[in-house]
Design a protein around this ligand. Structure first.
Ligand code: PMV
Length: 360
């Protein structure tokens, strides 16, 4: 897979803008550990969300100095940390989008959820920027024969910014990483799995309970790196591959008991990798554990197939089929809100993927 293209250079440098809304995603089988240039150590599968998203408008104009400048405004305020992260991302893209070095960028971004709290804000943020760059290519060079090739390249580019971001480019359920289970799978971009998925997984709910919206202490980049010396990592990668195969069957046959077991085991394994790294660390909070115990109790008492998953943070994603929405909402209100930060819950549901916005 090679997206290098030296011809993407402007003769007449334009001014313009483009805006995208891109969703976050929540992994069912987790990506944790990588090699080479953002190549995952194991395949992963995620639900694309709808309400947890980033809106990004990219203004571009000719660079007088002949090198790329980036200004970044987050929630309307200049944000130097995000500007620097974006400059680093763009510095990896010179061969894919040579025009990047001819332009200055002013980027306005806002999230519908707290950033850096273990909800994949890098996934929605990086995928929105990747979409904007592909759109600049599309508008000025018209290189994409169809929609599929546009989103595949956006997924490839998003992966270079943040691995899990490459799954945010498509709606429904998305796989990333080479596996025999899916002949079209790739280590370089995500692949939507929407054929042959059981209808129980349509409009699947994800109520995200914000236990702590503060910045996490150990970044995912460091966490991935620590997998290189984790004594359990090779066993974990074998397990993840097996889980991809099991999940493939579950997604087809709609067996929710199998789904619940697999998804919860994946979440706890992800966090056990953090606890067994050197140095070890813990991203769960007491509220995280209390919520998990309450979910187990509720599932036991009601036989409603609700389960939890965790991202790299303390917040709990509660996953359940649409038909149990009323019961689960009541359960959350009565039993779980007390463990959240100020009753903060995002009631999300699986979504259709990114959307182009009118650039203002
Ligand atoms: O995309 P990164 O490098 O931020 O890694 C995130 C990995 C997890 O969110 C913890 C799991 C996943 O597959 O999304």
């Amino acid at each position: 897979m090679n997206y290098e293209n030296k011809d993407l250079i402007f003769k007449e440098i334009p001014t313009g803008k483009t805006a995208w809304r891109s969703p976050s995603n929540i992994a069912l089988v987790k990506y944790w550990g990588k090699t080479g240039v953002q190549i995952p150590s194991n395949p992963s599968v995620s639900f694309t969300l709808s309400k947890s998203h980033t809106d990004t408008t990219v203004h571009y104009a000719p660079s007088v100095h002949g090198n790329c400048g980036v200004e970044f405004y987050f929630d309307g305020l200049p944000n130097e940390a995000f500007a620097e992260k974006t400059r680093q991302f763009f510095s990896k893209l010179g061969n894919i989008f040579p025009f990047v070095n001819q332009l200055n960028f002013r980027i306005y971004s806002k999230n519908s959820f707290p950033h850096s709290a273990g909800i994949a804000s890098s996934a929605s943020g990086m995928s929105a920027i990747a979409l904007a760059l592909c759109d600049i290519e599309n508008i000025h060079f018209m290189t994409f024969p169809d929609k599929d090739s546009f989103f595949k390249k956006a997924s490839y580019v998003a992966r270079l910014g943040s691995g899990s971001a490459c799954r945010s480019l498509f709606g429904g359920i998305v796989e990333w990483g080479l596996t025999d289970e899916y002949p079209e799978s790739s280590n370089y971009y995500g692949t939507p799995l929407n054929n042959k998925i059981n209808s129980i997984f349509e409009n699947y709910h994800d109520s995200i309970l914000i236990v702590d919206s503060g910045e996490k202490k150990v970044s995912s980049t460091i966490g991935h790196g620590l997998m290189n010396s984790n004594p359990f990592s090779s066993t974990r990668f074998v397990q993840a591959n097996k889980n991809i195969a099991t999940l493939n069957n579950t997604l087809k046959n709609g067996d929710l008991n199998s789904f619940v077991k697999l998804v919860e085991s994946e979440a706890l394994t992800l966090h056990s990798m953090m606890m067994t790294s050197s140095p070890y660390y813990l991203l769960m909070k007491p509220g995280t554990v209390s919520i998990i115990e309450k979910i187990w109790e509720f599932r036991n008492d009601t036989s409603i197939p609700v389960c939890f998953t965790l991202d790299a943070g303390p917040n709990v994603h509660i996953l359940y089929p649409h038909k149990y929405n009323t019961e689960v909402q009541d359960f959350i209100k009565i039993n779980l809100l007390c463990f959240t930060a100020d009753g903060y819950v995002i009631n999300d549901v699986t979504g259709q993927g990114p959307e182009k916005l009118e650039a203002k």
